[in-house]
Design a protein around this ligand. Sequence first.
Ligand code: GRF
Length: 222
Amino acid sequence: MLPVVVLISGNGSNLQAIIEAIQNQALSIEIRAVISSNPLASGLQHAQKAGILTQVLDHKTFANRPAFDVTLQRVIDSFDPKLVVLAGFMRVLGTGFVSHYEGRTLNIHPSLLPAFTGLNTHQRALDARVTEHGASVHFVTSELDGGPVIIHGRVPTLSNDSAKTLAQRVLTVEHRIYPLAIHWFAEDRLQLTQGKVIFDGMPLTNPVNYKHEHHAQLYTPR
Ligand code: GRF
């Protein structure tokens, strides 16, 4: 089973979706640890309930970002993961850290990248009056929210949406695409090669668009 470390900072609903996929035997990975940059992250409880080891590395107790990154890397390496999953991890990671785990770090971002990198994506999507919004799972590279995208989960925007209602709709699709992308990685179907996503041995020219059949695939052992 693929050894994984998950990094969180907040609610951990994506972590919970990943844990449920494991419990439903849809995802064959071993989460060796959940590390939070925030001691108050409620997501820590999801891990504890599932019997997963947790560790807090409070970024506020570090003098600067490099000091935090070095310790984080040391702690992650002590679990010897083959994949690092950022699930609502709210710290920007330095280039040394990113290159150490390049090709084996995934992130989920709440927009259809390359649109709306950074924060407040839902409000910005509404302000831009886009008709479609969503989430992206991507490989992490040194460009913030700029790594190559594996899969897009799309949702419509509605005329009466607030940032909150839109965020909720996007989260629902996040909970589907993240376990799926991790499943593909665990099955050795995904690689990052020369800055490009290779999926089933072929360069991915456009991100996969999530469809319902993909979810069914998650529940069908290959
Ligand atoms: C999600 O919207 C994710 O896309 C972003 O941070 C949020 C985390 O939510 N990176 P949760 O902690 O998984 O509930």
